[in-house]
Design a protein around this ligand. Structure first.
Ligand code: PGA
Length: 312
């Protein structure tokens, strides 16, 4: 027999025998019979190529080889305990990572939520991508991230989509627009107004188009722009009205540049969804983040009344 045939179990048993120096008591602690214990020790002695103990009268003594095996065995088990702790930590959330891809409009609030979450778990390494819907869908298909945040779950992919916050869409006008003071505006009254649209594929754009199409209102698109910030600049410059998520206006409250129009049917109530592919093994960090956004992490609903200036 060679040393490699010794098992971890036999080494463990031997350290207990070495502590008690008594077969019966060691067997009791191990819930084994003394005979079974002695077979295991005999096999271990054979693997080590030397007797590990000697019995003189009723007393049991470790041999030199036995003392060496006892020390080595305790080293091995201590190392295994450290390994178990390291593995638990690696699988736990304090040193994990979280990779999130979010749709452009979510950049107005997700970094704040991630910031608060990372204050609670400073060891977590967070990576954030801000991209458009096509890119999100491509990354989702390729399973590149832990989580995706978007305003509309894809209907052609098999995903889990957890709504966690409201996403009200409003119609924004320059503050001095004649409709800014009007209440209960009929959507048909907007047919003659020039609109600034987001790029094709934008969730905001799709939802706005759907609303007006359903009511048979044809909007005039004066300009198409690829970002919320560009749309806001165009609106502030008097080029037209726009459908925007109220989240995009949060930092503009003080500027007084915009009015939110009181249009019947608005705000359009949508939601933000945390999305991941169906069947994905959710990491402990991702699970902790999902719990966080479903509870403490949810910022106040954005609820300023239509017709008012954007809420702070
Ligand atoms: P966006 O927003 O695609 O218009 O940036 C996300 C959504 O509301 O779906």
């Amino acid at each position: 027999m060679s040393l490699r045939q010794a098992t971890l179990h036999q080494l463990k048993i031997f350290t207990i025998l070495a502590r008690h120096l008594n077969m019966t008591r060691a067997a009791e602690e191990l819930y084994m019979t003394p005979a079974a214990l002695s077979i295991q020790i005999k096999q271990l002695s054979q693997a080590m190529g030397a007797p590990l103990y000697e019995q003189i009268g009723k007393r049991l003594f470790l041999t030199d080889a036995g003392r060496l095996v006892d020390v080595a065995s305790r080293d091995v088990h201590e190392r295994l305990e450290v390994l178990a702790m390291d593995l638990a930590q690696a699988q736990g959330i304090e040193s994990g990572s979280l990779r999130v891809s979010i749709i452009t409009t979510a950049k107005y609030f997700v970094p704040r939520i991630l910031g608060a979450f990372s204050k609670l778990h400073p060891g977590i390494d967070i990576a954030l991508e801000v991209i458009n819907r096509d890119h999100i869908l491509e990354r989702l298909r390729q399973n590149l991230d832990d989580l995706y945040i978007m305003g509309q779950a894809p209907d052609n992919l098999s995903v889990m989509a957890l709504p966690f916050m409201e996403n009200p869409l409003v119609i924004v006008a320059p503050a001095d627009h004649p409709l800014a003071a009007k209440r209960n505006i009929d959507p048909k009254e907007l047919a003659g107004e020039p609109f600034i649209a987001r790029e094709p594929g934008s969730g905001t754009r799709l939802a706005g188009e759907h609303f007006f199409q359903e009511r048979g209102v044809h909007l005039t698109t004066r300009m198409t722009l690829g970002s919320n910030e560009a749309v806001k600049q165009a609106v502030a410059g008097g080029l037209g009205l726009a459908v925007l998520s109220r989240h995009t206006l949060v930092l503009d409250a003080a500027s007084g540049a915009f009015a939110v129009l009181d249009v019947q049917g608005f705000p359009l109530l949508r939601h933000w969804y945390a999305v991941y592919p169906m069947g994905k093994q959710i990491s402990p960090v991702t699970r902790a983040f999902l719990t966080y956004i479903a509870t403490e992490g949810t910022p106040k609903t954005v609820t300023s009344a239509p017709g008012s200036k954007p809420s702070p």
